[in-house]
Design a protein. Structure first.
Length: 177
């Protein structure tokens, strides 16, 4: 029983009554079985290899959430009507960072998108805010909004707009003088 708890399951033998915690269990008092203990998960298995496989499912989901993303399997509804994959019954991912509505199908895109946020956070620390050409620029009357990639200096009293990251260093130095 202790080993099954390490995987996040409760093990019940045919002599154990699981009906108090799991009232509708079809395996109760019939055979050895394992109930998943994760929140909102009602999976039950009779095979230890299935238990380990299911434990990996939760481990992978936890790792994805740790990275700032959420995975929705084909059988799960993301409940986000604005999502490109809403209602398509396809496995996909959502970025969970504040203000980001990026979704994608390929797990490989997680790393690429994560890099985008890391670079964006560094730009903010350096006093800049980058907008991609597909994004609405939050600066009032910005003529580059939804037209081209651009970077605003966010220091007080400065309205400088850069068009390449190559200009960052020289502009930042102007403020540091």
């Amino acid at each position: 029983r202790d080993e099954s708890l390490q995987h996040g399951f409760l093990r019940y033998s045919p002599m154990d009554d699981c009906s108090e915690k799991f009232p509708n269990c079809a395996h109760n008092r019939k055979q050895t079985h394992y109930h998943c203990l994760k929140d909102n998960c009602d999976k039950v298995y009779i095979s230890t290899s299935d238990v380990q496989m299911h434990a990996n499912y939760h481990r992978k989901d936890s790792a994805i959430i740790q990275e700032g993303f959420q995975r929705f399997r084909a059988t799960e509804d993301c409940n986000t009507p604005t999502c490109l994959f809403y209602g398509q019954r396809t496995t996909h991912f959502h970025c969970r960072r504040s203000g980001c509505k990026t979704t994608f199908k390929n797990k490989a895109d997680i790393e690429k998108h994560k890099t985008y946020h890391i670079k964006d956070e560094q730009l903010n620390k350096d006093g800049f805010k980058k907008f991609m050409k597909h994004e609405h620029c939050s600066y009032e009357n910005c003529r580059f909004s939804r037209i081209c990639n651009h970077i605003h200096c966010i220091r007080p009293g400065c309205s400088y707009v850069l068009h390449s990251s190559g200009q960052l260093y020289s502009h930042k130095r102007k403020h540091e003088r």
